[in-house]
Ligand binder design. Structure first.
Ligand SMILES: Cc1ncc(COP(=O)(O)O)c(C=O)c1O
Length: 356
């Protein structure tokens, strides 16, 4: 097959624009050849269980799935009865970007709370965590948080512990959407278990795709009481891969050593470089101070910026990125595991030229 794209082209719209990390691609090739038992009874999935237990503790169990939406839907289905509801930030991916899948596929209800920065707190959770025993209200029985968040911010270990203690005290489980869990760990300088298992989180959607995998995430039940019927629900939610060895091999390649961490560190560092260079350009007068602002802290690999729609559209002719909130003039710029200093510097030059 002829290569149809220009591999030098770069975008800042999504960390999914990046390709597959060479070590992950190699792991797929290494797992190829011969036969292995289908549907997860293979040696790569067995190894994945060991790797996941190394990160999340001896009681953890991993259920590889195809994608992040599937991980969230499967995890939440297993955490809630049919009458259950999950409290989440209104900006949560499960609420804004999954086509209603958690509600349509499994029938649960999402009770949303507005937050300033994408992060829930015990106080914010209480705005929706009420009405247990009231037959008129979907029962709030779980909380879902995302780390790093959809707004590029990161929960600290203490912030997560405060949430889990509060949720557990009223009988709610805590799910963590970890599509960018590695970026959160890199930002915190903490092992994965510090802000999941050890902080009281029950269920994790363990990310892979945004950090160099072709396709593959896993639902991790951190302890046996975390979830009910995951093994059956994964099939029901259409997330049971017959050739699971290839999903598992990718996750093993990512999480066995420190590839997950070094890749996330690079993405975070490149977002910081972008933000730092633009702030310096504003400070030096190279960019007009009224032309560019920032909406959220850059804790991980995302920069949320404010600039005029017309300027954003002209910059977009060279580098793709998404409007986050066009009415507010807010855009999102994402760095990936393969973003280079040269990429960032070229992007900064294009932004500076437009906003000079
Ligand atoms: C926070 C978060 N959760 C989950 C996902 C997973 O989505 P997908 O189903 O596209 O893999 C994403 C992807 O954008 C995300 O940003």
């Amino acid at each position: 097959m002829t290569r149809l794209h220009d591999p030098a082209w770069r975008g800042f719209a999504s960390d999914n624009y990046a390709g597959i990390h060479p070590e992950v691609l190699e792991a797929i090739a290494d797992a190829n050849g011969g036969h292995q038992v289908a549907y997860g009874d293979d040696v790569y999935t067995a190894r994945l269980q060991e790797v996941v237990r190394g990160h999340f503790g001896e009681q953890a169990e991993a259920f590889p799935v195809f994608n992040g939406t599937g991980a969230n839907v499967t995890a939440l289905t297993s955490a809630l009865p049919r009458w259950g509801a999950v409290v989440a930030a209104s900006t949560a991916h499960i609420n804004t970007d999954e086509g209603g899948a958690p509600e349509r596929v499994t029938g649960l209800k999402i009770l949303t709370v507005d937050t300033p920065d994408g992060k829930l707190t015990p106080e914010l959770i209480d705005r929706q965590a009420w009405g247990w025993g009231d037959e008129h209200r979907a029962q709030p029985l779980a909380v879902s948080i995302t780390n790093s968040t959809e707004l590029g911010t990161v929960y600290t270990v203490d912030e997560i512990r405060a949430i889990t203690e509060h949720a557990h005290a009223v009988g709610m489980k805590v799910h963590l959407d970890g599509a960018r869990i590695a970026n959160a760990a890199a930002a915190l300088g903490a092992p994965l278990r510090a802000f999941t298992t050890d902080a009281g989180v029950d269920l994790v959607s363990l990310g892979g795709t945004k950090n160099g995998i072709l396709a593959g995430e896993a639902v991790v039940a951190v302890h046996p009481g975390a979830a009910d019927g995951l093994v059956y629900l994964r099939k029901y939610t259409m997330q049971l891969a017959s050739k699971m060895r290839f999903l598992s091999a990718q996750l093993v390649a990512l999480y066995e050593g420190d590839l997950w961490l070094t890749s996330a560190q690079r993405a975070n560092a490149m977002a910081a470089r972008l933000r730092g260079a633009l702030e310096a350009a504003i400070a030096s007068g190279a960019i007009r101070p009224d032309a560019l602002g920032f909406a959220h802290p850059t804790d991980a690999n995302a920069v949320f910026a404010r600039l005029a729609n017309g300027a954003a559209d002209r910059i977009r002719e060279s580098f793709r990125f998404y409007d986050w909130d066009r009415a507010a003039g807010e855009v999102r710029w994402m760095a990936s595991w393969d973003t280079t200093e040269t990429d960032i510097d070229a992007f900064v030059a294009a932004i500076t030229a437009e906003l000079a």
